[in-house]
Design a binder for this molecule. Structure first.
Ligand SMILES: [Zn+2]
Length: 385
């Protein structure tokens, strides 16, 4: 079914961006908030602070001080909520069945996260323990191991090399030893980065746009934004392509990645990068993926784009080598590199046709996407852009 949604984007004078989406057939009212700040803005002496801030917003606000109140009320209403922190963003999401009598209260509670969180000291340790548990899980995740591997080979002056997740040691033991007031630093981080110009909000519900607009009364206080520090690239010009080979009980993978420096034309580059993921991940006859599988060098290959910073994206190729391929890792990397070079040799007209096809494909798949009951990922993705 074609897109029946109606959209309205408001950019308020203080910089706050709100996108309203009216979706007549949807069964949930949803909100996604994206903060243009994440772990790259962690102070060097408090790794994990942005992540802790994300956790602490759920533990009480001036209007709704009781810890656990939001989640309990939301669960009783049949809703759901989630949040996550990346290097450059912190995203929050909530959804409630449209006919819930708690809707107004829950929307008010959720928006209060971004207005006046209490950062209660007595609730902080529980959240630090939750973060420690996440960190423990990360240690056995293949993707996280590869991610931390990329940090090891990045330029060591870049904040990308810092420890993102945080744990008891980085958020409690070491700060305590060094006399660092974690709660005060949390408040400072919130004041400096959760500013109106850093916030994007997406609101989706079945009502018409004007009704949706009235339902969300944001009271975010206007704070002067602090300009985030500008860093050089994590993978500067002379070291933009890297190859990682991870092999242990839980992860056996080759990751080849290229850093793409985006300057100020990110939207166009994003499309280019998506074309590369299609070309490299394609298993049709004559592609590099098919060749590597046919010659029994690999058993699988996936490709994706990862934003490292606002001006730096990574084209990531993850390869699972076959037993034969384990002995020929450099040959695999060489074959992929040659394939990439052969594509760049194509004439501009042919490349233009491929780009146009990809662009049309993306438009069509967006317009005819399956309507989803829960749209957590979709809305969070829109809020990020
Ligand atoms: Zn977490």
């Amino acid at each position: 079914m074609a897109d029946k949604n109606e959209y309205k984007l408001s950019v308020l004078p203080d910089g706050l961006k709100i996108l309203f989406i009216s979706s007549p057939n949807i069964e949930y009212f949803s909100m996604a908030v994206s903060i243009r700040s994440g772990s790259l803005n962690d102070p060097p002496d408090l790794p994990g602070l942005a992540h802790l801030c994300e956790h602490m917003l759920f533990t009480g606000t001036k209007q709704y001080p009781k810890s656990g109140h939001f989640y309990t009320t939301l669960a009783e209403a049949g809703g759901d909520a989630n949040a996550f922190t990346t290097g450059i963003l912190t995203n929050y999401f909530m959804e409630i069945p449209i006919n819930s009598i708690k809707r107004t209260q829950l929307v008010d509670n959720f928006t209060s996260f971004f207005e006046n969180p209490l950062f209660k000291k007595n609730g902080m340790m529980l959240e630090i323990i939750a973060i420690e548990e996440e960190h423990a899980l990360n240690r056995t995740s293949k993707l996280k191991i590869l991610y931390y591997g990329m940090k090891l080979v990045a330029d060591d002056s870049h904040p990308f090399t810092q420890f993102y997740t945080g744990n008891i040691e980085s958020l409690y033991t070491t700060p305590k030893k060094n006399g660092i007031p974690v709660r005060k630093r949390l408040e400072e981080y919130f004041c400096n980065h959760y500013t109106l110009s850093n916030i994007s909000l997406v609101v989706q519900g079945p009502e018409p746009l004007d009704v949706l607009q009235k339902q969300v009364k944001t009271k975010f206080s206007s704070k002067k934004p602090v300009i985030s520090s500008i860093h050089d690239f994590a993978f500067p010009k002379h070291q933009r392509s890297k190859c990682l080979w991870v092999q242990n009980d839980t992860a056996s993978c080759i990751r080849i990645f290229y850093s793409v420096h985006c300057d100020d034309n990110k939207p166009k580059l994003t499309l280019f990068l998506r074309v590369w993921t299609t070309l490299l991940g394609d298993e049709a006859r004559g592609t590099v993926c098919e060749y590597l599988m046919r010659t029994n060098l690999i058993v699988g290959l996936t490709c994706h784009v990862q934003a490292l910073d606002y001006d730096e994206q990574l084209l990531v190729i993850d390869i699972t080598p076959s037993h034969r391929g384990y002995l020929r890792v450099s040959s695999i990397a060489q074959i992929i590199l040659e394939y990439i070079l052969s594509i760049t040799d194509y004439d501009l007209n042919s490349l233009g046709v491929v780009l146009e096809e990809k662009s049309n494909q993306e438009k069509t798949s967006y317009n005819f996407r399956e309507s989803q009951e829960s749209c957590m990922n979709e809305l969070s993705g829109i809020a990020e852009t």
